[in-house]
Design a binder for this molecule. Structure first.
Ligand code: WTA
Length: 651
């Protein structure tokens, strides 16, 4: 983040204390902080009692093999039983669990009893396909109820799932299936997006042609489009819907792997972040209950994330369902069939809690407040934000236009790796400042440190670190313990390095400032610069590529690529740039398509050959180019800017 943005943030001194009526009914009080301060592990042991355990644990935390943690050692539980069956057993079988809303406007309610039957059938079907505890299952599905059912069915039989966002390419899917050696892939024939049916299965066919680990592809019929069929394919409606709706949930160890979720790191190869069962579910459930003030008998909750991201895992599937939520899930995009679609959904289902990303809020700001103003949003009582820093203007707009000046806004900082929220206000307790995630949640240790790992003073800036293990922490990177230790635990001894810059204000509130590594955040999605660079250089016309994330008013960051071509291009510039953008979409997925590709003849490098992205960012953000003294060839920046005025750029 630029120095300007930093000093603007520091001038932000508005603060919104909790509303007295809200505070009176809030699930948590300030005592939660005191309890956790007095006995951090004891605090988490109390929160673990929110779950039903088959056998109790005998140790809260085993950190003797740090940074490989074990929480609730010796305890056994079934995660799916905790999210579904026990609510039926406690007399809530008729409560709606999922309100599924499709883009075209038809909705379907699924009760906890129905969910129990669906999950049991899917669990039986997966076992029928030879899936056993410990086997990996890849899930490549749109936002339909079957996606949640598939995840819970895997959890129920102890088969770790690896959900791959359905917007990722065949190649991205292939590498993830391969890394996890998945045995089964669950997908759909297609999905509805912006009013049309888009095929999904061809990408799976392309991927599994090169993944010998896959025995079966289980296909949900969603769009009814034509699909190619092979001997390993089976229809969901044939095997799942024909299976018995009864399934006995076996208990697994608290540290049994629950899922792998791939996320971008600073190299081209995505990291398979591994989460396990008891600690993960404890923190996902507790934070969902405390930070959203969830009242299971009253609230209608809606998290707009996709199950392909960690927010969909922790705050659509595991946390909310463990808390017996009633929630909306939505398959479509915010602007189809019209730009008021989200607000229409809030009005139709009387949504009380809304959890979304700053990029969406900024898009709505751009569309204009007359759009939400046409709908009755009075049911809303709490708003959440996640995925990237929320700028104070967007925070204030969210509060005023969507929250009617009354809803508390919880800005929640966390990561795929942390599994659950780490830094966030507690509604009814914390006074909120627009743009700040405020302070670590009870039971969480976080600090802002300088280059030497020393905590900064109030008013200072540095790096965010987590200095205590937490229940939902990642247990490692799938198949690569060394990379886990190197990436997160090697910068300062005993501290988890999150990769984010942060600032402490005079009152000790934390302001997140974005990534400090080579990871971009585009519309709340993590994409590494190296990943896009590798995709670009895999095109025959490209000799070298450097990618930076440039500040973007709507998406947070936009991807800007600088490429050096091989030899003399055969095509005209604009045509080649368009082809390169499509090539990146094909290699990674449309979310990684560069906003802009600039053809250059040189790249700025240090004497050791490292690309100086800082200088490229200056160009991408139309700033005067900064200090070039460490460049191997200081004239190169002039060459780039001269060349740019004549080269093809694409919007
Ligand atoms: C960023 C998403 C500022 C941050 C849950 C982090 C945020 C990365 C916030 C993780 C927030 C997430 N304020 N930045 N409230 N929430 N981030 O793994 O840079 O997709 O490291 O997890 O998103 O992204 P991930």
């Amino acid at each position: 983040m630029s120095d300007d943005a930093l000093s603007n943030l520091l001038q932000e001194n508005r603060s919104f204390p909790p509303d007295a009526a809200f505070a009176k009914r809030a699930n948590v009080t300030a005592e939660a902080y005191a309890d956790a301060d007095a006995d951090r592990l004891g605090f988490w042991a109390v929160q673990a009692q929110r779950l039903a355990w088959d056998s109790p644990w005998h140790q809260i935390l085993d950190w003797s093999n740090a940074p490989f943690a074990k929480w609730f050692v010796g305890g056994r539980l079934n995660v799916a039983y905790n999210c579904v069956d026990r609510h039926v057993e406690s007399g809530h079988g008729e409560q709606t669990a999922l309100v599924f809303e499709s883009e075209s406007g038809d909705s379907r309610d699924i009760t906890y009893r129905e969910l129990q039957e669906m999950v049991s059938q899917a669990a039986n079907a997966l076992q029928g396909l030879g899936v056993e505890a410990g086997d990996r299952v890849a899930i490549y599905l749109p936002m339909i109820p079957e996606a949640i059912v598939a995840m819970l069915a895997c959890a129920r039989i102890g088969a770790p799932h690896s959900v791959v966002f359905a917007g990722f390419s065949a190649e991205a899917l292939r590498s993830r299936i391969d890394d996890a050696q998945a045995k089964v892939v669950i997908t759909a024939d297609g999905q509805f997006r912006r009013g049309s049916a888009m095929p999904l299965k061809p990408a799976v066919d392309e991927a599994v042609a090169h993944t010998p680990s896959v025995d079966h592809v289980l296909v949900v019929r969603r769009t009814g489009g034509e699909v190619e069929w092979t001997g390993r394919d089976v229809w969901w409606h044939e095997v799942v819907e024909a299976a018995s709706p009864e399934h006995h949930p076996q208990a697994f160890d608290a540290e049994h792997p629950l899922f792998i979720l791939y996320t971008s790191g600073t190299t081209g190869k995505p990291k398979g972040i591994l989460h396990t069962s008891g600690g993960y579910l404890t923190q996902a459930a507790w934070t969902h209950w405390a930070v959203f003030d969830l009242k299971p008998d009253e609230d209608v909750y809606w998290c707009t994330a996709d199950i392909g991201w960690v927010t969909g895992h922790s705050y659509i599937v595991y946390g909310p369902l463990a808390n017996r939520v009633t929630q909306v899930i939505y398959e479509g995009t915010p602007d189809t069939p019209h730009k008021g679609r989200w607000w229409e959904i809030v009005q139709k289902h009387r949504v009380t809690i809304l959890y979304t990303a700053p990029t969406a809020i900024r898009t709505f700001m751009k569309w204009g407040e007359h759009i939400p103003d046409d709908f009755d949003l009075s049911s809303l009582r709490l708003l959440g934000s996640v995925g990237e820093p929320i700028n104070p203007e967007a925070w204030m707009w969210y509060r005023r236009v969507i929250g009617g000046e009354t809803c508390p806004i919880v800005d929640t900082w966390w990561q795929t790796e942390t599994g659950a929220m780490m830094i966030a206000p507690l509604p009814g307790v914390t006074a909120c400042k627009p743009g700040s995630a405020m302070r670590p949640l009870p039971g969480i240790g976080a600090e802002v440190v300088d280059d030497n790992g020393a905590p900064v003073d109030p008013g200072g800036g540095g790096y965010l670190v987590l200095d205590e293990p937490w229940p939902s922490m990642l247990r490692g990177i799938w198949g690569d313990d060394e990379r886990y230790v190197q990436t997160y635990w090697s910068r300062w001894p005993g501290e988890y390095f999150a990769g984010d810059g942060a600032k402490l204000d005079d009152q000790g509130a934390i302001w997140l400032l974005g990534r400090v590594d080579d990871v971009m955040n585009v519309s709340g999605h993590r994409i590494s610069t190296t990943e896009v660079e590798s995709a670009l250089v895999s095109h025959p016309a490209v000799a070298e590529a450097a990618v930076v994330g440039a500040t973007d008013a709507t998406t947070g960051q936009g991807i800007v690529a600088f490429v050096i071509l091989r030899g003399t291009p055969q095509k005209d510039g604009a045509e080649l740039v368009a082809e390169l953008r499509d090539h990146v979409a094909h290699e990674i997925g449309p979310i990684a398509k560069p906003r802009q590709i600039l053809v250059v003849t040189e790249l700025p490098k240090t004497r050791s050959g490292k690309i100086m992205r800082r200088l490229l960012r200056d160009i991408a953000e139309n700033r005067e180019v900064g200090d070039v003294t460490t460049l191997a060839d200081p004239t190169v920046m002039g060459l780039i800017s001269d060349g740019l005025s004549s080269s093809a750029a694409d919007d």
